[in-house]
Design a protein around this ligand. Structure first.
Ligand code: FNR
Length: 341
């Protein structure tokens, strides 16, 4: 079967994300210290890490990456099998390609077949119609819909969008969607100003999608021979900076971007995230070590999370938010200049 340019790009994204994968991310988690409590007065068995989000059992999930080509369809199936075994929620990559080429819908539908009762999340861009959003949701029998904001990525793609009037359309999608909508940046972060606009547009759930992990300026930049956008590789707000931007947003906040350890998850939860997305690292495990090892890594994280909370003297994710935290001078400076708490 010959492959369209859009479908081929899905394979390219995976190849380049893995090529550029950095074991040490720069999402700002090193700028945040959670203080050790030498007298935690808790027991690991008494800790609950259930988030106040949908019906999720775990406060982290596998975020949007794959589908749209035969190879990424196989990854979708493997990831959904892992999601079924671990009880983690999972988002697919953008389904736009399957709206254009219905033959490719099967590369997304495999996730529902592999995880019949799981919490699965559809994914589309902010320029799609409410009817297209509904088609994407039906394709997976999805429990939620992610709408990604990816202005930087579009700009760098030679064939990408140049018109970023998204807010009114976003409002329509949110109003019409039969399932909850999570508005998601893809790795350049948020501002408190954008969060106000999103809230006014009816958004309730936002994934701040910060800089520091998978970087689409780098990935898309590879295909540009004419303009050089490499400077944008360091553009945007880190995941931690974006979480500070979201402190008073009144929204349910999720955070993705550069998460590498269970302690990163705990830090993001401490800074206000209700749940934390992991993408590049899971793909890295899957490609380098295979599905069984990727699943073992994730179950290890599930074991470690309650242990880390116990160490901090936190019995659940609400009391975790009271755990003392110390910021680096650079992060304090950022917060001051942005008038954040
Ligand atoms: C992505 N990401 C992504 N996001 C989205 O909303 N729609 C998409 O189609 C894709 N596609 C995609 C492909 C690949 C190969 C990767 C690695 C990532 C972005 C992803 O959901 C996440 O926001 C970022 O990757 C940042 O998280 P990590 O990778 O640093 O954990």
């Amino acid at each position: 079967m010959s492959q369209s340019i859009q479908s081929h790009r899905k394979d390219e994204h995976v190849f380049l994300a893995e090529k550029f994968f950095a074991p040490q991310a720069k999402a700002g988690f090193d700028d945040v210290r959670l203080l050790h409590d030498p007298l935690p007065e808790t027991a690991v068995a008494d800790v609950s890490v259930t988030p106040a989000l949908f019906d999720w059992e775990w406060p982290f999930f596998i975020n949007a990456m794959t589908g749209g080509s035969q190879q990424t369809g196989r990854y979708n199936e493997q990831l959904a099998t892992i999601a079924a075994h671990t009880g983690l929620a999972m988002a697919t990559g953008s389904q736009a390609v399957a709206l254009k080429e219905p033959d490719l819908a099967s590369t997304f539908q495999v996730v529902r077949a592999a995880d019949p009762d799981g919490f699965l999340i559809s994914n589309l861009g902010a320029n799609k119609t409410p009817a297209q959003a509904e088609t994407a949701i039906k394709m997976l029998r999805a429990n939620a819909l992610e709408i990604h904001l990816n202005a930087v990525q579009e700009l760098i793609m030679p064939e990408g969008d140049r018109d970023f009037h998204w807010l009114t359309n976003l409002q329509r999608i949110i109003a019409a969607s039969p399932v909850p909508v999570i508005v998601k940046e893809v790795g350049f972060g948020m501002t408190k100003e954008a969060l106000v606009k999103l809230r006014q547009a009816g958004a309730k759930y936002v994934d701040v999608g910060g800089k520091g992990g998978t970087n689409f300026a780098q990935i898309e930049g590879v295909r540009r021979q004419d303009d050089d956008y490499t400077a944008l590789a360091d553009f945007g707000q880190s995941t931690v900076e974006s979480l500070l931007e979201a402190q008073d947003s009144g929204l349910t906040v999720l955070a993705t971007g550069g998460v590498r350890t269970p302690l990163d998850v705990v830090k993001a939860l401490r800074l206000g995230a209700s749940a934390v997305g992991i993408s590049g690292l899971v793909l890295h495990w899957l490609i380098q070590e295979g599905p069984a090892a990727a699943e073992a890594h994730l179950t290890a994280w599930q074991r470690q999370l309650p242990a880390l909370l116990a160490l901090l003297g936190a019995k659940n994710l609400t009391t975790l938010r009271q755990v003392p935290v110390v910021f680096s001078p650079a992060l304090v400076n950022y917060a001051q200049q942005r008038n954040l708490k």
